[in-house]
Design a protein around this ligand. Sequence first.
Ligand code: FAD
Ligand code: MLT
Ligand code: ZN
Length: 484
Amino acid sequence: VSSPSSILTTVSPDASSSSSSSSSSSSAASYQTVDSSELDMYNNDWMNKYHGKSQLVLKPKTTDEVSRIMKHCYERNLAVVPQGGNTGLVGGGVPVFDEVVVNLGGLNRIRSFDEISGTLVCDAGCILEALDNHIAEKGYMMPLDLGAKGSCHIGGNVATNAGGLRFLRYGSLHGNVLGLEVVLPDGTVLEGLSTLRKDNTGFDLKQLFIGSEGTIGLITGVSIVTPRRPSAMNVAVFALDSYEDVQKTFSQVKKHCGEILSAFEFFDQQSFEVVQGHATAGVRDPFEARHPFYVLIETSGSNKDHDDEKLQVLLEDLLESGLISDGVLAQDETQLQSLWALRESIPEAAGKMGKVFKYDLSMPVDKMYDLVLDMRKRIDEQGALGADKAVEAVCGYGHIGDGNLHINIVAKDYDAATEAIIEPYIYEWTSKVKGSISAEHGLGLMKAQKIGYSKDATSIEYMKRIKDLFDPKKILNPYKYIQV
Ligand code: FAD
Ligand code: MLT
Ligand code: ZN
């Protein structure tokens, strides 16, 4: 890893050595760079937890430019951090020291859309929401949706194998991505933008890049299959008394509405209160009283009467069985959005309240909430939980339909003492129940040394060999991902 001055003098030998925001027409000089006054937004992450000191941010506009940048950096052993919308939650998209940041935001062209198959081919720097809006006009939608949709890139989504709010219905990007164009660390372009649904010719190399968090290549193009946009949608939020009831409700919802169910999310009272206290305007409490648990269910289909009827039967069943104590059903699009906001605003509201230690775990659903309760007890026992203490709130929420729990521990500071109360306890706990310490956010810098809690030594050894194969000089996203 080079010092800032050596990067600045070596990365663009045929360009001016200063970081100007202009782009000129001559070969290497055409890479757009970022003015030094704007470096902060590329050096700091969304949570303001991870801070780099890069002096050089490059914003290529084409795959060829990315390839030439990588060739240049490879020859000179310059470390590079691929960056998308910088909404990642594990410190993977910002430099650790002075690595060159290659931000893919300039690659934002939609290359093609096939209205019969629903196959979209686009540049990696396209923003998720922009893609969703584009294909909405043609009756389709993106198979994934996240609270960060207005900023995250499809390339960043693929690089992190993002899950999100539609995973339950449409599944993983490992299934939806049909092809990738990737620039390898030495500048070679791997041309894999296939649009085929079925292709059993050899190893499926694209799968290696899905979830590789920028450690073995820069994704520059994505081919992805998109589902039809449902014409009928319903959203309901139910209030429940116990986590036991949350699980039973999930079972009943699947029984009555399994084939039209598109989301089943849960959040606890603490999460709800954080949203009520800190979310941006417009997120109001639709209930008369507070409840220990809430679930949000969404159904999507093509026949409103059919879906309404099914939901009605479900509601009657849930009320009769006493599983839910209250509930609201959206009557129009505005209400639908405001019910979703109760769930989607949790990360933003927690971030406004304090510094958030975020954990993203998967484990058997029946174990999930025991961990939240244990964490609260543990922090309290150490005298650290309370309004005027180091930790103000322990929130449990997540994609229960996918067995994915988020624990947000809202603290006054990102201090080592607080972290030491939480870790490694939380990872050990998860490992004991054979869970994963990263269900969807990835490893990044935060968990670069923690993979052993979820993977065995042989798997880790083969992962390291894969990294060596693609990036023998280890210039791509150093210090992240697998550093055990
Ligand atoms: P970045 O943050 O820029 O980068 C993330 C990682 O990918 C880094 O390691 C980076 O090096 C690498 N990378 C980025 N682009 C490329 C590329 N083109 N080629 C190679 N490597 C690349 N995540 C979920 O899974 N589910 C959620 O529900 C969810 N909700 C979120 C809600 C909020 C409010 C926020 C802030 C984040 C949320 N996230 C969620 C996390 C985050 O949005 C996702 O991880 C997202 O996929 C990251 O995309 P990005 O473009 O911002 O990538
Ligand atoms: C979510 O489900 O809201 C996201 O994964 C983001 C988060 O937990 O912070
Ligand atoms: Zn999530």
